[in-house]
Design a protein around this ligand. Structure first.
Ligand SMILES: [Zn+2]
Length: 541
């Protein structure tokens, strides 16, 4: 979820009162490289990758065999739907086995072209969907988020296994239901293909916190393509998100994306670049990301990058030249946070982590492998929010991306846990003083609702206007929520809790966690009954 200025203001000033950001965070270290946008890596693509109107290859090792399932192959890439070798480069050595898991994860092939003025996107999407449920499905449901976030997306030429289909639109055209001519049985697959055209808003204030906007020389492209919704115990689980929270609830999938954009733009995206070429004032970049819950990209002709290596992962911080000092700090904090979360929770899965300065009016928003931060924390009046914001958004890579959750119905599973591990970051980095400072900030959030025992485990809507506890989302989910995990650790015993946290991450990796799943695993670790604790802190009254 996004952290907003309003929610964060009081708290983070308390953080800073408790722990001074280290002077060492502000400088570019010798391990840091500054690469001007024009010095991007040389194109490595074969001419066939971009010049041919046919099927460009992705890698020299790409499998080109036709799928044996009788499904249409991809028209965009010479890669079999089941071939996950393009995604190996994006995963650290210890995570390669993930590629063998979840054979039913959706495989997205995207080909998108950004207009010269960076305000429209023309795209083609082909996605191989597998029915991983235990019931037949008579439709596949997509979300069209640009229709909710201040812009628009229009789909045309929709086909299922090559046959034209007319979709049905609902929820302010943010839901596109694709009827199937016969139900898709459990384990069966279908290839859905479509063209889409996106108009990107140019006013960040009216475009979902500027997370989907072309503004101030930065294109921020959040959830811009047709995304398959989650089918769960509610069926196809779709709703319009309240403004306080995140809009997306998604399964993990695999994204192979080719992006064509003006040559002078510096592109930053989920995943890793497989190849890149430049011609006639355009660049064509092929990116592989997965497993991942979304595919995000940002671009700007002003971006410069500073980088650091942590283990097998390259961390990149992108910001305009004028914000380079802040960008170096962002990089150092992200590196320290990554080490801290790997120690306490488990491995970061990817070989790349990107942080980008954007015009978002939130402090920061998380996407798979990439985090969008507001340019206003890099310098100037909001700089004091920088450290807690970066540590928080980096934490979402563990809780939101690897361990997913219904961000609309169970926001505490990612937000409260992310706040809790942010507390561990401050403790690791600054000792007791750091812990006390951030802890005070959590307490003062909860103080804003007079420490009322409002449950932490409710849907965003319950804390929103018209809900049971209006106006309490930040105080409860971001403030009381992380304090619950302290109470849980106290009841379980710290060692048991620490083992539980690692196991929870491992158990729910690339899946959707639930409140009951979390509780059951915690009870298994402590051999205790947590009914009363959950009743006191989590469950609806
Ligand atoms: Zn968050």
């Amino acid at each position: 979820m996004k952290t907003t200025f309003l929610l964060a203001a009081l708290i983070i000033s308390m953080v800073l009162a408790g722990c001074q950001p280290s002077a060492s965070t502000g400088v570019l270290t010798t391990a840091t490289s500054v690469v001007p946008p024009t010095a991007a890596p040389a194109a490595t693509a074969t001419p066939a990758a971009t010049d041919s109107p046919g099927k460009p290859v992705v890698t020299s090792t790409a499998v080109t065999a036709a799928p044996s399932t009788g499904l249409p192959g991809s028209s965009l890439f010479e890669v079999a739907w089941d071939d996950r070798s393009p995604f190996a480069a994006g995963l650290v050595t210890g995570q390669q086995a993930v590629l063998e898991q979840q054979p039913g994860a959706s495989v997205y092939h995207l080909d998108v072209a950004l207009s010269d003025d960076m305000t429209t996107v023309h795209g083609r999407e082909e996605v191989r969907f597998t029915n991983t449920e235990d019931v037949p499905l008579d439709s596949v449901v997509f979300r069209l988020f640009p229709n909710l976030t201040g812009g628009s997306i229009a789909v045309s030429g929709l086909t299922v296994n090559g046959q034209p289909v007319e979709p049905i639109y609902s929820l302010e055209d943010s839901v596109m239901t694709v009827p199937l001519s016969e139900p898709l049985q459990p384990g069966q697959q279908a290839v859905l293909a479509m063209d889409f055209d996106v108009v990107v808003p140019t006013d960040p204030e009216t475009s979902n916190y500027g997370t989907f906007a072309s503004f101030d020389d930065v294109l921020a492209l959040a959830h811009f393509y047709p995304m398959i919704a989650v089918y769960d115990d509610e069926g196809w689980n779709v709703e319009i998100a309240p403004p306080e929270g995140d809009v997306v609830y998604a399964d993990s999938g695999y994204y192979l994306t080719r992006i064509t954009l003006p040559d002078e733009q510096v592109l930053v995206a989920s995943g890793v670049t497989l190849d890149e070429s430049r011609k006639d004032g355009q660049q064509v970049v092929t990116v592989a990301a997965g497993p991942a819950r979304d595919f995000y990209l940002a671009a700007s002709d002003a971006y410069q990058v500073v980088s650091q290596q942590v283990g097998e992962t390259t961390i990149n911080s992108y910001a305009p030249r004028s914000l380079q000092r802040g960008s170096g700090e962002v990089l150092d904090i992200a590196a320290a946070a990554m080490r801290s979360y790997e120690d306490h929770v488990g491995p970061y899965p990817y070989t790349e982590m990107d942080l980008v300065s954007t015009a978002t009016s939130a402090l920061g928003v998380e996407y798979p492998g990439i985090m969008a931060l507001t340019s206003r924390i890099y310098d100037g009046q909001y700089q004091q929010y920088l450290e807690a914001t970066v540590a928080h958004e980096v934490g979402h890579q563990w809780f939101y991306n690897v361990v997913g959750d219904d961000q609309l119905d169970d926001p505490w599973l990612d937000e409260a846990l992310t706040q809790y591990i942010t507390l561990l970051y401050f403790q690791d980095r600054y000792g007791e003083e750091g812990y006390d400072g951030f802890h005070q900030s959590l307490e003062s959030r909860w103080d804003r609702v007079n420490d009322e025992a409002i449950p932490v485990g409710l849907p965003v809507a319950a804390y929103s206007e018209g809900g049971e506890y209006p106006g309490t989302y930040g105080a409860i989910v971001y403030g009381r929520g992380p304090l619950f995990f302290e109470a849980l650790a106290q009841q379980m015993g710290q060692d048991e809790f620490d083992a539980f946290l690692r196991d929870y991450y491992q158990t729910f990796s690339w899946n959707i966690a639930t409140t009951e799943g979390l509780r059951a695993l915690a009870e298994k670790h402590c051999g205790c009954d947590l009914e009363q604790l959950f009743a006191d802190w989590v469950y609806p009254k």
